[in-house]
Write a protein that binds this ligand. Structure first.
Ligand SMILES: NC(=O)c1ccc[n+]([C@@H]2O[C@H](COP(=O)([O-])OP(=O)(O)OC[C@H]3O[C@@H](n4cnc5c(N)ncnc54)[C@H](OP(=O)(O)O)[C@@H]3O)[C@@H](O)[C@H]2O)c1
Length: 261
């Protein structure tokens, strides 16, 4: 799989991993469709992409309009070859104090949006007998971490849905890559939802000291090029995950100590 002249639709393209993927894909000669809420930020990303690039702003929380949005995305260049589900929102609140509306928003943006877009794109991929889906899960989609009950649940759901899709589409030319990053240096903690749905509005140390976003995007594109089914991009979280497998009591102790500070 190569990206030259491929049409790549990226959600969450106004910031962080999605924006960096757009810039790197532009250099590889892909044609881009960029989606997020902020039209201004998308226009900035477009400016730095010297390639065919269209912005398609949308609030993905409005899941009833996703079918029409998918049609629009396909109609821009007449096809979509690759979709990257990077739109996402994190959480910073304890289970004991989080409003139900926060859980619903976390599931909607992180999970249902990706499922709906995939659902409406699959007939297009089947018709053309080609397509690649890239789903951003998280290390929080492989194990729990404090203050992120809803986020971890949504990312586990992403992993479960797309891994199952991989088993269903195994002998087809439609591929899926699941990405599980640890902490990456993006502003994701700024928009993370607190207990009542207001944004956390802080750049957490974990984010600031995270893996550089260009390294993360490069690893994602390398993995997709190789048709990898699952890409883990993490350092400290990888060790924690090892403990989760082999010394679970230690995993619980470390996760509690680190996450409850
Ligand atoms: N950074 C990390 O440490 C990390 C680790 C593991 C997994 N991930 C996952 O990687 C993906 C990208 O995260 P990131 O770090 O790049 O975060 P980010 O910089 O905060 O970007 C999130 C993107 O999602 C978009 N978005 C949020 N709500 C939306 C909505 N209602 N409708 C449309 N777009 C919406 C945002 O755009 P607008 O605000 O303009 O709508 C933005 O473009 C997410 O799925 C995240 O969960 C990140």
């Amino acid at each position: 799989m190569h990206f030259k002249d491929k049409v790549v639709w990226i959600t969450g393209a106004s910031s962080g991993i999605g924006a960096e993927l757009a810039k790197q894909l532009a250099k590889l000669g892909a044609k881009l469709v960029l989606t997020a809420r902020s039209a201004d930020k998308l226009a900035e990303v477009k400016k730095s992409c010297h390639t065919d690039c269209s912005v398609l702003p949308a609030d993905l929380y409005q899941s009833n309009s996703i079918k029409a949005l998918t049609k629009q995305a396909v109609s821009i260049y007449g096809q979509v070859d690759v979709v990257i589900h990077s739109a996402g929102i994190s959480q910073r609140s304890l289970a004991t104090e989080t409003d139900m509306k926060v859980y619903r928003e976390l599931m909607e943006i992180n999970f249902f949006t990706a499922v709906a877009i995939t659902r409406y794109l699959l007939p297009h991929f089947e018709e053309r007998n080609t397509g690649h889906i890239v789903a951003l899960s998280s290390m929080a989609g492989l194990m729990g971490f404090p203050m992120r009950t809803g986020y971890a649940a949504a990312k586990h759901a992403v992993k479960g849905y797309f891994e199952t899709l991989q088993t269903e589409l195994l002998n087809t030319n439609i591929h899926t890559t699941i990405v599980s990053p640890g902490r990456i240096n993006t502003p994701i903690s700024m928009s993370a939802l607190t207990k009542d749905g207001t944004p956390h509005s802080q750049m957490d140390d974990g984010q600031l000291n995270g893996i550089p976003v260009d390294t993360c995007a490069k690893k994602i594109l390398d993995g997709v090029t190789k048709n990898k089914k699952h890409i883990v991009i993490a350092t400290g979280e990888r060790l924690l995950w090892w403990f989760w497998w082999f010394i679970p009591n230690l995993y619980y102790r470390i996760a509690h100590k680190k996450g409850m500070q």
